[in-house]
Write a protein that binds this ligand. Structure first.
Ligand code: OAD
Length: 248
């Protein structure tokens, strides 16, 4: 099956991928759903909404600082690096991620669309001006204020009920519609609009490849499904493509 996917890649020029928390699971970043998922232990409405931030900014910052600390200690895994390498086999390859952990950047992927923001960045909760003073450590008891409007500084991630960063979702849909092969990797495909991207790609004629140890809403429509970890199968795919190139 993996040979068939490699063969398709050789014959197309545009590819795209949507990643979710599962791609970073092998780096030690917890996913959201499933047995060990964050949303099994924490209530999203108390931590990942603007209402929660207005009601209890200290608690929200404590939670984000805990996740930030956790993410600062992890490294990209074989799946992230293989996706970086996979880009070389296309004329146009866009990596769309729902993750906020920065690991695709650290791995060196060339064209990344972050749909849900980035946990390393901060912005004003009121006017959205980026807060870029890296010397300021955000302490939950002393949350800095925006130098333009005085609003409280918050993490630059998308919370439930919020719009996605302007331009990002539009470009992601464009790439999904124009891709010839689309990979859905490590996502439960439950959170829209991101979860619509693989469907849009498939409806627009792309070959849909899913990599996920668990069955998802998308599994039934995938042309190829690999029920295993991304860090296991993606390096094998890249290896096949490399061998093929070497053998001319
Ligand atoms: P989920 O936690 O919903 O799903 C993670 C998926 O990864 C599951 O389907 C797992 O089976 C799969 N998985 C686990 N280990 C894997 C591995 N090694 N290789 C491949 N797949 C693996 O995470 P997302 O789909 O990313 O939104 O969640 C989507 C959004 O919901 C997140 O971006 C976040 C959350 O609420 C916001 O914060 C806005």
């Amino acid at each position: 099956m993996i040979e068939q996917v490699a063969q398709i890649i050789k014959n197309v020029s545009r590819g795209a991928v949507l990643t979710g928390a599962g791609i970073s699971a092998e780096s030690g970043v917890p996913t959201f759903r499933g047995k060990e998922g964050l949303w099994g232990k924490f209530r999203p409405e108390e931590l990942a909404t603007m209402d929660a931030f207005m009601a209890n900014p200290k608690m929200v910052w404590e939670w984000y600082n805990w996740r930030r600390e956790l993410m600062s200690k992890v490294k990209p895994n074989a799946g992230h690096y293989a996706l970086r390498d996979l880009a070389e086999y296309f004329d146009n390859f866009t990596l769309i991620t729902q993750n906020v952990d920065n690991l695709h950047f650290e791995a060196g992927s060339p064209d990344i669309i972050e749909l849900h923001g980035n946990i390393q960045r901060n912005k004003c909760a009121k006017c959205e001006k980026p807060f870029e003073d890296e010397s300021v450590e955000i302490l939950p008891d002393a949350i800095p204020a925006c130098d333009s409007c005085g609003g409280s500084i918050r993490p630059d991630v998308v919370w439930f009920g919020e719009m996605l960063p302007s331009g990002a979702i539009e470009r992601a849909f464009f790439e999904a519609e124009h891709s010839e092969i689309f990979f859905s990797i490590g996502t439960s495909a439950l959170v829209h609009p991101a979860a619509s991207l693989p469907m849009v790609a498939k409806q627009s004629g792309a070959t849909l490849v899913e990599i996920n140890p668990e069955v998802t809403e998308l599994s039934g429509m995938a042309d190829f499904r690999f029920a295993c970890g991304a860090g296991e199968i993606l390096p094998q795919l890249v290896e096949l493509l490399k061998e093929d190139r070497t053998n001319g």
